[in-house]
Design a binder for this molecule. Structure first.
Ligand SMILES: CSC[C@H]1O[C@H](OP(=O)(O)O)[C@H](O)[C@@H]1O
Ligand SMILES: Nc1ncnc2[nH]cnc12
Length: 296
């Protein structure tokens, strides 16, 4: 049983729109990893940047064939966990709900409002019930070091922002966009939830580096959001994304001190041992390996 995480950083990268082709890693190896939660978006690529191990998965699969509602978020997190990642950094295209968060800027998302409706949102369920805390869904340590790396790569970085996760795949109406602004959301996307909540259940510190690609529909002077425009901005910023990961690798301290999120499940499972479904427990061998696992 793997009782504790490695004391060396191993960063899982979830690459979103415009990043399906992956990131450049040294000694890169592609591996297909199976999960009891079904098929992940594709194989992972694992390798190094300097002294740090990174494992990458393309959220929307090769060639961006998987829409936001059909991404198997559970399998993606489970597979990264099986690869031994210690932390997860998501790279996402986001629309802006604030004038000051302009296209081309980066936002270190620190809060979420979840408006998704049709996605598997938990690894737990009937036969094994757990309630993790999600008050602070993002790991402040990982977010700070990734934000500093993006700044060092030349990006304008906003250190905090609330992400409205919508179901999609259509972009918002102007009325919805105005309502999300009134709710206090700063940016919008279609994938940050349930990804962030699942990472927490898997005891993986999670951060999201959002790249602003457009002003969402609230801004009357803008035409509606166009996917071609989103991808154009993403491609223009691909170098910054790559440089950010290199700077991140260079800036991480050599050893990884434990995070409280590594123990997020400590008081979360509520089902009495005698009432637990062994089948449900068995498929959590990676997610909850500290509690029930058998892998090394
Ligand atoms: C290509 S525009 C809409 C699409 O872009 C974002 O994806 P990701 O978060 O994976 O970068 C957004 O959430 C939508 O899925
Ligand atoms: N305006 C927007 N709405 C939802 N998802 C997005 N991804 C990039 N821009 C977006």
């Amino acid at each position: 049983m793997r009782a504790e995480k490695s004391s060396f950083w191993h960063i899982g990268i979830i690459g979103g729109s415009g990043l399906t082709a992956g990131i450049e890693l040294e000694e890169a190896q592609e591996i297909s990893v199976s999960s009891p939660f079904g098929a992940a978006s594709g194989p992972v690529t694992t390798g190094r940047l300097g002294g740090v191990r990174f494992t990458f998965i393309a959220r929307h699969g090769a060639g961006h064939a998987i829409p936001p509602s059909s991404v198997n978020y559970r399998a993606n997190i489970d597979v990264l966990n099986r690869c031994g990642v210690t932390d997860v950094l998501a790279l996402s295209a986001i629309g802006s709900l604030r004038e000051e968060m302009a296209p081309g800027h980066m936002v270190m998302v620190d809060q979420f409002i979840d408006r998704t409706t049709s996605r598997e949102g938990s690894f737990f369920g009937t036969g094994l019930v757990a309630h993790v805390s999600l008050a602070d869904p993002v790991c402040p340590r990982l977010s700070a070091v990734a934000g500093a790396a993006a700044e060092a790569a030349g990006a304008k970085v906003h250190p905090a922002g609330c992400y409205l996760a919508m179901e999609g795949p259509q972009f918002s109406t102007r009325a919805e966009s105005r309502m999300y602004r009134a709710w206090g959301a700063d940016v919008i996307g279609m994938t940050g939830m349930p990804e962030a909540r699942l990472a927490r259940e898997a005891e993986l510190p999670y951060a999201m580096l959002g790249m602003v690609t457009d002003y969402d529909a609230w801004r009357e002077e803008e035409a509606g959001v166009e996917v071609s425009h989103v991808l154009e901005v993403m491609h223009a910023n691909a170098r910054v994304a790559r440089d950010t990961l290199r700077k991140l690798a260079a800036n991480l301290p050599p050893e990884r001190a434990p995070s409280p999120i590594d123990r997020a499940l400590d008081h979360a499972v509520i089902t009495a041992p005698g009432a637990r479904d062994p089948g449900v427990v068995a498929r959590l061998d990676a997610v909850a390996c500290r509690l029930f696992g058998t892998r090394d």
